[in-house]
Design a protein around this ligand. Structure first.
Ligand code: PRX
Length: 640
């Protein structure tokens, strides 16, 4: 059975889109009527993009967990909400029904309260992909605490920066996490991040790997002990905290083109409505289907399309602890077959990496349950698209290429599975409520010119319900980053093409942000980390095309004095980046140079460095403004 707000034909899409633009208030209030509110809104939308100040469903009160849990527990309590597939396929999987998940969320909500967490407090979550991660995240939402999940690949230093920025007082972590053949010492990383920290009051530790860890008296407590205590008190339910629609639901840190990551803040009401709406429409979710999104909950994709969107829609969502290639490259297909997965949502990087193993791992795997395939996070090349279509979807499953960002909260451009047309490597059409446009360098709108495909910087006119509301603790940063480049527009940071059908194709970032395996990394951040190494004088980081990761990280480094040999020094630098940011930001290539191409005013000409990293040595453009053009030849000669 379709959802009342589900678009079921191309005509219905055009009609919904038209209505959403002509009268967004009427459109979104109709959608919002399908949710549980503690109190309805006084006004649907108030906004300006100058401050910016965006308010959806002002005056309304809700708790997102009532939509994700209570209403389903009541109507279909024995339906699985979560299926958990462990890293090691021989370990027993776990299943939590809607009733059980609600109970666990309530119990952990009580644990948080017992440990002093109050509405509005920031709770940092640094865990592996286990069911408790869902429980903890939702429990924060239940009591109105603001969660900030940090991906398990970030270093102690990165965590310390985020804890400080979010002024967090509580942490929930695990002893360790299993990821493929690795055992990641999460608690030990947290301990390192807390050296000298006086603001963290409690660290709650979930047992997973049972690696030896230190537990500090008065600060560190075990999850299991705390839950047992609540169980003994006979607590199985707590009321959901009434939240204003505009109260923050969570903070999620993401990289930008300058300096340190920023804490993107999403608000309860709009985020709830939009993640559910986009989930149901893009994937054309049908009740009782099994949805498997392979992202980590530490990224926005996991927030919106493992947890909130699917759970709000009453779906069964699969949480996978491991990696696609462990114990072998058939793991995704085993999971699809095991749970009869209907929707598979993954990243182009994963597809490309699995393509590299050939068709062997797909042989004899029953993928007949699949109905819809999705991709996210980076442009998908046509070869990967066709491989996904032919060998995974057997040409029977529409592929949705979903474009969106941490800041947008939910999918903004995508075909709707089987409803609107797909086109390989094109994200295609905006969802209802989303007014995309392209602008040129001068900020003028790029209009269609008849037959040709046009290109420009991708911007959005007017707000959609899950637009970020601010960057935590620094609203001005939000304004300058997203709303100041072009007046009255949200600027995505991406470049795009638009064809005569109005389809969008994302060509990549136009700022100094890299997209490595679908993860955003600022070049400035990587440079800062490299420059922390004692021997480094200066560095410049650019991206280059990488067969599997989409983009690789290429670092040009001026080094003072090399201890030992270059290979060792490279390893030292990798170690430094791993310490400062995490292993996800490690450069793929490090070239030692004696100088960088700079203009007379001292600006590094990254354009030249990018071209050299891409393998282009002849057409480097105008180099006459360089202070020392000779440096370019040296760099070209030393290219890795
Ligand atoms: O450059 C775009 C790329 O990923 C960026 C957003 O990264 P993040 O906030 O980490 O969120 C990733 C998951 C939503 C965008 O600015 N991107 C995302 N989806 C696509 C994409 N590029 C091309 N095609 C996509 N489908």
């Amino acid at each position: 059975m379709a959802y009342p707000y589900q678009i079921t034909s191309y005509e219905a899409y055009t009609e919904a889109y038209k209505k959403s633009i002509e009268n967004p208030e009427a459109f979104w209030s109709d959608v919002a009527e399908n949710f549980t509110w503690k109190k309805k809104w006084d006004s649907v939308l108030d906004w300006n993009f100058t401050e910016p100040n965006v308010k959806w469903f002002s005056g309304a009160q809700l708790n997102i967990t009532e939509n994700c849990l209570d209403r389903h527990a009541k109507e279909m309590g024995s339906t699985p909400a979560l299926i958990w597939e462990p890293n090691d396929p021989s370990e027993k999987n776990r299943l939590l029904t809607y009733s059980k998940l609600l109970e666990r969320v309530c119990q952990f909500g009580q644990v948080l309260k017992n440990n002093g967490v109050k509405k509005g407090d920031r709770v940092c979550i640094y865990m592996g992909m286990i069911p408790e991660l869902a429980v903890v995240t939702l429990a924060c939402a239940r009591i109105g605490a603001i969660h900030s999940v940090i991906f398990g690949g970030f270093s102690a230093q990165s965590i310390a920066d985020r804890l400080y920025d979010a002024q967090a007082e509580f942490i929930v972590t695990c002893d360790g996490a299993f990821r493929g053949a690795k055992d990641i010492p999460l608690k030990s990383v947290i301990d390192d991040s807390l050296i000298g920290n006086r603001s963290i009051k409690k660290v709650i530790v979930v047992t997973r790997t049972r690696t030896p860890i230190s537990m500090l008296k008065g600060r560190d407590v075990w999850y299991e002990d705390e839950m047992k205590h609540v169980e003994e008190q006979g607590i199985h339910f707590i009321e959901a905290e009434p939240m204003d629609a505009e109260d923050p639901l969570f903070i999620l840190y993401t990289s930008g083109s300058t300096g340190k990551p920023k804490g993107v803040v999403h608000a309860c009401g709009g985020y709830m409505v939009y993640t559910d709406y986009s989930f149901v429409n893009v994937f054309q979710y049908k009740k009782s289907q099994i949805h498997f999104c392979t992202a980590d909950i530490g990224w926005i994709t996991g927030h919106s399309y493992i947890l909130y969107g699917p759970l709000s829609a009453g779906a069964t969502t699969v949480i996978f602890e491991g990696v696609p290639t462990y114990p072998d490259a058939g793991r995704f297909w085993d999971i699809v077959a095991k749970y009869k997965v209907n929707i598979l949502y993954t990243a182009p990087t994963a597809i490309r990496s699995l393509m590299g193993f050939g068709l062997g791992p797909l042989q004899d795997k029953d993928l007949s349950s699949l109905k819809v395939l999705g991709t996210v996070g980076e442009p998908i090349n046509e070869e990967a698209w066709h491989w996904y279509d032919e060998h995974v979807g057997k040409k029977q499953c529409p592929i949705v290429d979903t474009w969106w960002q941490t800041e947008t909260g939910g999918i903004l451009i995508s075909n709707l599975a089987g409803i609107t047309p797909s086109k390989p490597s094109w994200a295609t059409l905006p969802l209802p409520g989303v007014q995309m446009l392209l602008v040129d360098e001068k900020g003028e709108e790029v209009l269609d010119d008849g037959n040709e495909t046009v290109s420009g910087n991708l911007c959005i006119k007017g707000p959609w319900p899950s637009v970020l509301r601010t960057t935590y603790g620094d609203h001005e940063r939000c304004r300058t980053n997203y709303f100041a480049t072009y007046p009255n527009l949200y600027f995505t940071g991406d470049g795009a093409l638009r064809n005569k059908e109005g389809y969008y194709r994302i060509t990549g970032r136009v700022d100094d942000v890299l997209n490595v395996s679908g993860h955003r990394i600022g070049t400035a951040e990587v440079e800062n980390a490299i420059n922390m190494h004692a021997g480094v004088i200066e560095s410049a980081v650019v991206g280059y095309p990488h067969d599997v990761k989409g983009q690789g990280i290429y670092a040009y480094v001026i080094f003072g004095h090399i201890h030992g040999d270059e290979t060792l020094t490279r390893k030292d630098l990798l170690q430094t980046v791993t310490r400062i940011i995490g292993s996800i930001a490690k450069p793929d290539k490090i070239q030692f140079v004696t100088g960088l191409p700079k203009t007379r005013s001292g600006k590094i000409m990254r354009r030249i460095l990018r071209k050299i990293a891409e393998g282009e040595t002849d057409n480097l453009g105008d180099t006459s403004t360089l202070l020392d053009p000779g440096v370019v030849d040296e760099i070209k000669r030393g290219k890795l």
